[in-house]
Design a protein around this ligand. Structure first.
Ligand code: HAM
Length: 402
């Protein structure tokens, strides 16, 4: 066929799709366990929301947005991230006080595609609004870490930093500008332009960031309030048994962060795509969007990268394939019974030969074949290691024991 997915996008299809489904299933459970309700916001928003919210000097906004005019002449943008939309929705709802929302879905950034860096990618994330204290930051950081661990990611590091706030930033920016001006000759023209408008972005630049190891550290310029907050986050992470390292170079790529910034780093991956996720506090975002002052903290994790870290697992979506020796009508009834017992079952409904049904079972990667004979509802359970005759109504018990 002549059509392929657009550059930087992917089809997700079995046998890789089951690991995604498992990760999303665990996400639903995990985010609910921490008290998060489901929130869904539109896949496209007014362009202005991201320009103001994410920041018009960030690379995401200046270079990576899919922006177009709709037929009504409005400028809209496919969401490059989820936080601005969630804060907009919270403000729009008129809700007061604390709010915890969890989301998952596709996001869009015009990037140079490579493994783990896609133009359409998938995030799961949470936003915790309305709570200013460091316990919220620690709870959020722990939630993401334990989700990744529960998924089976072992090579994982949590890196944290504080990027300060409007109070301590002027002094830090002054020091950073002084340092960057001395290094001007080594920097790209993009970075030189950013020195005045947003010097923090220079540290985050792919081209120049790595050369600037000796730049002034945000943490050396924190005001008392930010210092106390940062200590509180570290104390609470310790109390929650979350191992972390401090990374004074961690400034994140979006402009809304204040105080806490953090990343989950998959240490088994190449550095170009080893950020499995990241987040932080964004206490000024609601006001930037024209709403009432509302603190917030959250993270997003990239599923494409999580799958790379897990080794792109191929998994079956079935518990068993039912091969019917007595035709599809009786087979369907038996399958229905097993599905009611909670098993994931597929079968052939076309009345194909037993041999052909076995072939399909193999093609679908079914770990177990249930040969249904109809006689007294005994089922011949077949796996690579085992064969057993089990009454239909006890097949699910057999599964729970095996
Ligand atoms: P972000 O760091 O831009 O943060 O993205 C979070 C994660 O999404 C990244 O660590 C990465 O795993 C994944 N990701 C980002 N871009 C791509 C891409 N082009 N291809 C594949 N994966 C990608 C945010 O988006 C913030 N909204 C997170 C946040 C929530 N901060 C506070 N609340």
């Amino acid at each position: 066929m002549s059509f392929q997915p657009p550059k930087g996008t992917d089809d997700l299809i079995m046998p890789r799709s089951q690991a995604w489904r498992d990760a999303l299933g665990l996400w639903e459970e995990w985010s609910a366990r921490y008290g998060y309700s489901l929130i869904q916001t539109p896949t496209f928003e007014a362009t202005d929301l991201f320009e103001r919210g994410v920041g018009d000097t960030s690379e995401v906004v200046t270079k990576q947005m899919y922006t177009f005019e709709d037929n009504g002449g409005r400028s809209v943008t496919l969401r490059p991230e989820g936080t601005a939309g969630v804060v907009r929705a919270y403000l729009d709802s008129g809700m007061q006080g604390a709010f915890k929302g969890a989301y998952s879905g596709p996001f869009f950034r015009y990037e140079r595609p490579q493994a783990g860096r896609r133009r359409q990618f998938y995030q799961v994330g949470i936003e915790y609004l309305g709570v200013p204290g460091p316990l919220a930051d620690a709870e959020v950081i722990e939630c993401g870490k334990s989700y990744l661990t529960e998924l089976g990611i072992t090579e994982l590091e949590v890196r944290i930093n504080s990027v300060g706030d409007g109070c301590c930033r002027p002094a830090y920016y002054k020091a950073l500008r002084g340092f960057l001006n001395q290094r001007k000759a080594d920097l790209t023209s993009d970075s030189v332009r950013l020195i005045e408008v947003n010097p923090l972005r220079v540290l985050d630049s792919k081209a120049d960031g790595p050369k600037l190891d000796d730049a002034p550290k945000t943490t050396d310029y924190l005001c008392d309030n930010c210092e106390v907050h940062y200590s509180g986050v570290k104390q609470a992470l310790g109390d929650l048994d979350v191992a972390y390292s401090e990374d004074p170079k961690l400034v994140r790529g979006l402009d809304y962060y204040t105080q806490t910034a953090f990343e989950y780093v998959g240490t088994g991956l190449d550095t170009a795509q080893n950020a499995l996720g990241g987040g932080g506090r964004y206490d000024g975002l609601a006001e930037v969007l024209g709403g009432r002052s509302t603190p917030g903290v959250g993270f997003a994790l990239g599923l494409d990268r999580i799958m790379l870290a897990l080794g792109d697992p191929e998994k079956t979506h079935l518990d068993a394939y039912l091969v019917s020796e007595v035709g599809p009508e009786q087979g369907l009834q038996a399958a229905n019974q097993l599905r009611k017992d909670g098993l994931r079952i597929d079968l052939d409904l076309e009345g194909r030969s037993v041999k052909a049904q076995f072939r399909t079972a193999r093609r679908l990667g079914a770990p177990v074949v249930l040969v249904f004979r109809g006689d007294g509802y005994l089922v011949d359970v077949q796996t690579d290691e085992e064969r057993a005759e089990v009454p239909l109504q006890e097949v699910s018990v057999w599964f729970s024991k095996s």
